[in-house]
Design a protein around this ligand. Structure first.
Ligand SMILES: [Zn+2]
Length: 190
């Protein structure tokens, strides 16, 4: 199935995802379709809501070459090169702890084409999640990988990066965001 990216203004982006209960081939197929649309759009992460499904499922593909400094990546208790994890498919992910400090970094989002802004987030996280077969795992990481996972996991709860921006950052992109919303709503009507 060819999936379409949903843009800001589409109500699906505000929906909290239902838990993933069906694993195996249906989820593998969905993840392949999501990966294809993410690659096409040249993104590094994509949540189910962004392709029209309110599910607790997202994918992340932050390669080591995108990281500015070596990062922590502990998968199921073992330190591994993060590229071995990629693409990372997260079903029913839960953040189990945040690592201080917090830092600002510019983010973009495939549902907000061309719009970027500074978002403050904890530098590191620990999560638990299930893979495509339903097996449970844990991951502790920082760097861009941790930021991207937090951004995608926000989508699963209907939270968007503009919700986390400071007023000053939001003001800079306010017109573009309003414009995008208008266009999306018009497109849905047509
Ligand atoms: Zn996003």
């Amino acid at each position: 199935m060819v999936l379409e990216i949903k843009f800001y203004g589409d109500h699906i982006l505000r929906k909290k995802g239902k838990p993933v209960k069906t694993f195996g081939e249906p989820l593998r197929q969905f993840s392949r379709d999501m990966l294809a649309v993410m690659h096409e759009a040249e993104g590094i992460g994509l949540a189910a809501q962004q392709v029209g499904e309110a599910l607790q499922f997202c994918i992340v593909e932050v390669t080591q070459e995108l990281e500015k400094v070596p990062i922590k990546c502990i998968f199921d208790g073992k330190t591994i090169p993060q590229d071995l994890l990629l693409p990372l498919f997260l079903a029913n992910p839960v953040i189990t702890s945040f690592e201080k400090p917090r830092e600002f970094c510019e983010e973009g989002c495939l549902s907000f084409p061309g719009i970027r802004g500074e978002v403050e987030r904890p530098v590191g996280i620990s999560i638990s999640f299930q893979d495509l077969e339903g097996n449970p795992h844990t991951l502790a990481c920082d760097g861009l990988l941790a930021r991207c996972i937090q951004h995608e996991m926000d989508h699963l709860n209907g939270i968007l990066f503009i919700d986390r921006m400071q007023k000053s950052a939001m003001l800079e992109i306010d017109d573009e965001v309003r414009d995008l919303k208008k266009r999306t709503i018009q497109q849905i009507k047509d």
